[in-house]
Design a protein around this ligand. Structure first.
Ligand code: ZN
Length: 199
């Protein structure tokens, strides 16, 4: 750590103070998850490269915590389609101009993370939950989150920029529900089975 923590100064997560950000994390995610907090710094690090007012789409490369950071800090949600979740378990986020496809990928940089022991141990799961000092971990992320990240410019491939339509709709001959016809002659649940029993 390069400087001692100070109670006088407030850390900023984009345009939000630490207090405003944490209130939103609690309201949206339910608890002060370190992953959402660190995710907030990733989102802002990638956004910093985009011009003001840019209409952007987001790819979250993990399905844990990170999508909530995106939904707390940007207009992009899973439901409106401006946030795509790619379940690779990589702690990285891509923000790109939805018209030009130019943007930035922010990721946790292990060379930098090494300087922050609480976050390092938590991120790489080197300590059990019991051994972990939650308060010190959260403090370290709020004070130094921005220093744990590297950002690289990206350009979306043309096929990934195209608007994806779900195409024509069919009616399932088994269950009678409407489904996208691209799945075949039955709906995907009747074709592949369900994770629950219909009672
Ligand atoms: Zn069906």
């Amino acid at each position: 750590p390069s400087r001692p923590p100070s109670s006088q100064e407030t850390n900023m997560i984009g345009k939000l103070t630490e207090e405003e950000f944490m209130a939103k994390v609690l309201a949206f995610h339910g608890h002060a998850a370190p992953g959402v907090m660190l995710g907030g710094f990733l989102v802002e690090a990638a956004r910093a490269g985009l011009p003001e007012g840019c209409l952007f789409d987001v790819i979250s490369e993990s399905r844990q915590c990170l999508p909530d950071a995106v939904q707390i800090l940007t207009p992009c949600t899973f439901g409106n389609g401006w946030l795509q979740v790619h379940d690779y378990g990589l702690y990285a986020v891509v923000l790109y101009d939805k018209y030009t496809g130019e943007g930035f990928r922010a990721a946790i940089d292990l060379k930098k993370l090494k300087n922050f022991p609480e976050t390092w141990n938590w991120f790489l799961k080197l300590k059990t939950k019991q051994e972990q000092d939650d308060k010190a971990l959260r403090r370290e992320i709020l004070e130094h989150g921005a220093e744990m990240i590297s950002v690289r410019p990206i350009r979306m491939k043309e096929e990934a920029l195209k608007h994806k339509s779900k195409g024509p709709i069919a009616v399932c001959p088994v269950c009678g529900e409407a489904y996208p016809a691209m799945f075949g002659d039955k709906c995907p649940l009747c074709a592949k089975g369900r994770s629950y029993d219909l009672l």
